[in-house]
Design a protein around this ligand. Structure first.
Ligand SMILES: Nc1ncnc2c1ncn2[C@@H]1O[C@H](COP(=O)(O)OP(=O)(O)OP(=O)(O)O)[C@@H](O)[C@H]1O
Length: 353
């Protein structure tokens, strides 16, 4: 069941200093995650997904939040103090990263590390924390958890290490779990197991999940809603059912075409999107996707399209919405009411002529 907004990100802008000047890695990014909901942020490498997640966690190191706001349970945390963010990370928000081996300490047994995480949040005795750690390791499906608790990280497989990371993340019973490509380093069978585990844990604990991935197949399996990012900006948002069955943006369509199927290999399909995400230092004029877009026309290289409110609380950023006769994009977007807060073709608020 999906409840009230837990996380609200509004018009977030994040910049990094580089040797060649400042770059804006995330521009005008807005989305919400409701209690118990799974929202996927999807896009290719370099689109700003991790920077968005790190902003929510208060873990941007070199980067700065230049604009917009992040609210968690109504509290504005955009510029919260490091101690408040540590407290939130300990009690309410947890994150699972791509590479568990880098996050685990090689010198301590995994049981110790889970027990330590528990003791950060709860004032309990070491023996009790160890027992609870074994319970958590059992809950995340580690075989023979009593024995495994005495193992060092390098003695576990990649999938087992990721289960340990999930146990650590769950040790504070977070209301929001952020998972940044948690299965990228795993093979396909193990990936399926970890995804199943995360779904089960989410169902059992009612945890909201912000899931970051470049893989539309994973989105289909995990998410309630999806935010598609390209070169630091949202290009499409909607429910998974809406976005996967009826994509409104050429970039989303290209990402969907890159989902491998049992009969067609990923390599054959990937050329659906030629090239790569542009460097932040050399952003193309107009629509950021236009140099790679098979549907681009003159206007796309000159003016950047706004994020348009479409029927049924969807959003998409594409000039083709002004040409519904051209296919791909639903003609209904011009005739039905639009979501509040974003530009709409109907209102004539597109910002350019
Ligand atoms: N520490 C940094 N210093 C300078 N620029 C950075 C830094 N971290 C990120 N960026 C910039 O932000 C962009 C987005 O990075 P981000 O890691 O969010 O992408 P991503 O979509 O998560 O991709 P990936 O899946 O490869 O992690 C990068 O292409 C880079 O230009």
């Amino acid at each position: 069941m999906v409840g009230d907004p837990l996380l609200e990100v509004s018009n977030l802008r994040v910049r990094f200093p580089t040797r060649h000047g400042e770059v804006e890695a995330v521009s005008d990014m807005s989305f919400t995650v409701a209690e118990g909901e799974t929202v996927a942020i999807v896009g290719e490498s370099g689109s700003g997904k991790s920077v968005t997640a790190l902003s929510v966690m208060g873990l941007l190191d070199a980067g700065r939040i230049e604009g917009g706001s992040i609210r968690f349970q109504g509290e504005k945390i955009t510029r919260a103090s490091p101690s408040r963010m540590r407290q939130l990370r300990g009690e309410q928000v947890a994150m699972v990263f791509q590479n568990p081996m880098a996050a685990l300490d090689p010198l301590y047994t995994v049981g110790n590390q889970v027990a330590e995480a528990i003791r950060i949040h709860r004032d309990i005795r070491p023996a009790e924390a160890k027992a609870r750690a074994v319970e958590l390791l059992r809950e995340v499906g580690l075989p023979d958890p009593e024995r495994r608790a005495r193992s060092y990280p390098h003695e576990l497989s990649g999938g087992q290490q990721q289960r340990v990371m999930i146990a650590i993340a769950l040790s504070c019973s977070p209301s929001l779990l952020i998972a940044d490509e948690p299965t990228t380093a795993l093979d396909v069978t193990v990936e399926a197991q970890i995804l199943r585990l995360m779904r089960e844990l989410q169902r059992d604990h009612g945890t909201a999940l912000l899931f970051i991935t470049h893989d539309m197949g994973v989105v289909a399996e995990m998410a309630d809603r999806v935010v598609v990012m390209y070169a630091g900006k949202v290009v499409e948002q909607g429910t998974v059912e809406q976005v996967l069955n009826d994509p409104q943006n050429p970039y989303t369509l290209a990402l969907l075409r890159s989902i491998p199927s049992p009969t067609i290999s990923r390599d054959t399909l990937m050329p659906a999107i030629k090239g790569s995400v542009p460097s932040l230092l050399e952003m193309p004029s107009g629509c950021r996707f236009h140099p790679r877009c098979p549907r681009a026309f003159e206007r796309c290289s000159v003016h950047e399209p706004p994020l348009l409110g479409l029927p049924r609380r969807r959003e998409s950023r594409c000039w083709l919405h002004e040409r519904p006769e051209s296919g791909l994009l639903g003609a209904q977007s011009r005739t039905e009411s639009t979501a509040g807060g974003v530009n709409s073709i109907e209102s004539g608020a597109t910002g350019v002529s």
